[in-house]
Ligand binder design. Sequence first.
Ligand code: NDP
Length: 329
Amino acid sequence: SREIRLRSRPQGLPTPDNFSLEQTELGSLQDGEVLVRNLFMSVDPYMRGRMNEGQSYVPAFELDKPLSGGAIGEVIESRDAALVPGDIVTSGYGWREYFLAVAHELHKVENPVQPLSVYLGALGMTGMTAWAGLSLVEVKAGDVVYISGAAGAVGSVAGQLAQLRGARVIGSAGSAEKVAFLKTECGFASAFNYHDAPVLDQLQREAPSGIDVYFDNIGGTTLEAALSALRVGGRIVACGGISSYNNTAPAPGPSNLFLMTTKRLTMRGLIVSDWLGKQGVFEEEVGSYLRSGKLLNKETVVQGIDKAVGAFIGLFSGENLGKMIVALS
Ligand code: NDP
């Protein structure tokens, strides 16, 4: 089996030589364990933080050890009564083709829907982040909602769900193709390319009387523009800040943070793992939208574990439309 290890800690944007692809022996299956072949693995922006030294809200990856992350695979052999060969399981054992694990560490997917990669996207961690973020600030009919990083995994689901709740959604993304995708395939009320003109100018054009909610995936100058565009009493979901993940020195904060006070804004931090107790409610709501075709689970799929590092690095230049997925089988 092959796995990807962290060879050195990236300085700034990661490069391929921060990683190595290694052959590994799996050892023999013990009582209570299963052997799993991964079918798909996830690459996610938060993994960049884990490549640095020191703990953030998740522990740092260790050097010369395999990386970890979301994955979905098939049980090949089992020495536990809870799982049988052919069962589909999600796990945190990404970045490897096969693995041995204690059965109860894995989550069995009952009656899986296809493609199975949806459990890493709209029905997985990123979909749950989108859903939890809208719940956190109680997005409702009539709200004008601005979502940055809108053509990505979290943003594209958050925008579609907000539209389904009757909000008017404005999205921003980094290419004309992504803007077209948001308007035609995701049903956003409007969308713009943040490279075309300053974000605040484009927000004022799309929402002349301001926005009620800002779903932040980017931070930095995008957050600064959104603070200016928010109405009195507005709400912010502080979900992500990818514009600073590769910074080697602290970025200057939004210069207009005092608008939090004068506009009586609410900004709420989001960590998706706090919402695991609500997983059933999330799966029911989002699963029914997927089955009825009201929600699109867009993906960019690359093939093979040798493409995983490139897929991860590509998140920082916007190479993905929707969820970035690595197919392993
Ligand atoms: P995406 O699928 O959105 O991929 C990242 C996208 O970010 C790229 O496609 C790119 O799109 C955009 N991007 C990259 N660098 C920049 C930059 N410097 N400025 C502006 N845009 C940039 O990733 P996810 O949907 O998985 O994650 C979105 C955000 O949500 C991230 O910040 C992530 O850390 C956060 N998150 C937070 C969670 C939580 O619990 N709080 C859980 C999951 C995710 P483009 O072409 O438009 O530039």
